[in-house]
Design a protein around this ligand. Structure first.
Ligand SMILES: O=C(O)COP(=O)(O)O
Ligand SMILES: [Mg+2]
Length: 243
């Protein structure tokens, strides 16, 4: 890959968060979380509350769902392991059943692809749930790289996943745009040296996105493609030509 052929300020890659950015996965995650609670003899939680538990990976979602709150007290390891396996069983069934695309996602993906820019997913979701979901929704065919919550030693908000994704795409982090819905994406992508955009419609652990350390907030992935074509002067294609 001849990244050096790209003109200055060319966009080489776009890395997309999954839950809360590409797909509204809350219906499936909340159904699995509540199925877990029911099976453990606990009352169900409101969907909106469970939405605030998404973002730091499934293990944290399980811990938060057990506690019923965002900041969890210490949960005995046996209780956690039992709950986790119940959640995994339910979510394996439900993953992809009721989730939906956010408006502008497919249009935005096509717009970026039309610019010759390679796309990837960087998610805190474990591989065992991410790959089937990308297949079921048809997203897999658009992605040149997928980095999951268990791919690297550390997850978002640490930068490792973004650095690995850039490396796999032979893209410089400074020429890579990350788009996410939460503080975890913002901190991780920024620490990796990427340009970062946030979408306001996702989860962000119950907080508004207005205070996130990002380069901009866009209403959709389609709007992100317009933002990127204004912000980056050159475009990079796999052959090293520009347009
Ligand atoms: O699994 C999660 O907690 C969230 O996954 P995400 O990184 O795709 O938003
Ligand atoms: Mg997210």
């Amino acid at each position: 890959m001849k990244a050096t052929c790209a003109p200055e300020n060319a966009l080489q890659a776009v890395l997309l968060d999954l839950d809360g950015t590409l797909l509204d996965t809350l219906p499936d995650l909340a159904a699995a979380a509540n199925a877990m609670r029911r099976e453990l003899g606990m009352p169900e939680l409101a969907y909106e509350l469970i939405g605030t538990f998404i973002g730091k990976g499934v293990d944290n979602l399980v811990r938060r769902t057990l506690s019923g709150q965002l900041t969890t007290e210490a949960i005995p390891e046996d209780d956690f392991n039992r709950a986790r396996s119940v959640f995994y069983r339910h979510y394996t069934e439900l993953n992809g059943q009721a989730c939906t695309f956010y408006p502008g996602v497919l249009e935005g993906i096509k717009a970026f692809a039309g610019m010759g820019i390679r796309l990837g997913v960087v998610t805190n979701k474990p591989t065992v749930f991410t790959l089937p979901l990308l297949e079921r929704t048809g997203l897999a065919e658009h992605m040149s790289v997928v980095v999951c919550g268990d791919t690297c030693e550390r997850r978002k908000p640490d930068p490792d996943q973004f650095l690995l994704a850039c490396n796999k795409l032979s893209a410089a982090p400074a020429a890579t745009l990350a788009i996410g819905d939460s503080i975890n994406d913002a901190l991780a992508a920024r620490a990796a040296g990427c340009t970062v955009l946030a979408v306001p419609y996702g989860y962000n652990e119950g907080e508004p996105v207005g205070n996130l350390p990002v380069d901009g907030i866009v209403e959709s992935i389609m709007e992100a493609s317009v933002w990127a074509s204004n912000r980056f002067t050159g475009r990079f294609t796999a052959s090293g030509t520009t347009g």
